[in-house]
Design a protein around this ligand. Structure first.
Ligand code: SAH
Length: 250
């Protein structure tokens, strides 16, 4: 009986604290959010250090960490997964796609060396999160998504959150976006072959980062740097797992 009373008491306490949590003033909600985001940055920094021998990156830029902190990832994941939004892991989004792991988003962002004047192309809009992270770091982001519903959803979301320098279109990323080319940076967030048209749409001095399938059906995050003469240098960064870069039929 004593035990039952204790359980009932615990349940009441849990209910009361739940009510208090739900009654949170905006400030304390923000505080909760701040803690989650700060913790996510810690995990990103620790992954950066752990992988430094592969990636050559020992430290992430302060402005990139700030972009990671400030981008509301919970807005880009399905409602029922919002509580995990600041975990350092990929999460499912609609149409069997995924929003990338925050560490990988930060790493890919740093690898294209974004500058305030840059025009960047993203292939694989998905939720719109990577585009949102890039938004404050560059002049313009163009993003292509092959699934029309995802493109529309991301576009609506980014507009509602007042991101004004991102343009999204439905299409096949293998074709790139010739009307807006050439690009200072290209981020491909699905894995496959390296689309030759994307290489052509990279500026001299431009950088592309893309998960490339290897012969063991793994993926290697691969960096392609085009020098001022247009000569391409290719290097492997890290083994990764992304959803496939789909080839359209036409
Ligand atoms: N960058 C996204 C995550 C992308 S998941 C984010 O931040 O949420 C990869 C996305 O690439 C999926 O939405 C998938 O539909 C899209 N995709 C796959 N093949 C594509 C192609 N050929 N062209 C454009 N998008 C493609």
């Amino acid at each position: 009986m004593n035990m039952v009373k204790r359980i009932v008491l615990l349940l009441i306490m849990a209910l009361v604290s739940f009510t208090i949590i739900n009654d949170h003033s905006e400030d304390s909600v923000n505080e909760l959010g701040q803690n989650l985001r700060a913790n996510m940055l810690k995990l990103i920094i620790s992954d950066t250090q752990r992988t430094a021998s592969y990636t050559g990156i020992t430290e992430l830029r302060a402005d990139i960490l700030a972009a990671m902190y400030n981008t509301p990832r919970h807005e880009f994941v399905p409602k029922q997964l919002q509580q995990y939004a600041y975990d350092n892991r990929p999460l499912p989004i609609a149409h069997n796609q995924t929003i990338s792991q925050p560490f990988i988003v930060a790493l890919m962002t740093q690898l294209i060396n974004p500058q305030a004047s840059h025009i960047v192309l993203e292939i694989g809009t998905g939720s719109g999160y990577q585009a949102a992270v890039l938004s404050s770091l560059v002049a313009k982001v163009f993003s292509i998504e092959i699934i029309p519903e995802l493109a529309q959803h991301a576009e609506k979301k980014l507009k509602a959150l007042n991101y004004s320098n991102i343009t999204i279109r439905t299409g096949d990323g293998y074709q790139g976006w010739p009307e807006q080319a050439p690009f200072d940076g290209i981020i491909v967030t699905a894995g496959g072959e390296i689309p030759t048209k994307l290489i052509a749409q990279l500026k001299p001095g431009g950088i592309m980062i893309i998960p490339v399938n290897d012969q063991y059906s793994n993926q290697q995050l691969t960096l392609l740097e085009k020098d001022s003469q247009g000569v391409l240098k290719q290097s492997k960064v890290l083994p990764v797992r992304f959803v496939p870069l789909v080839k359209s039929d036409n």
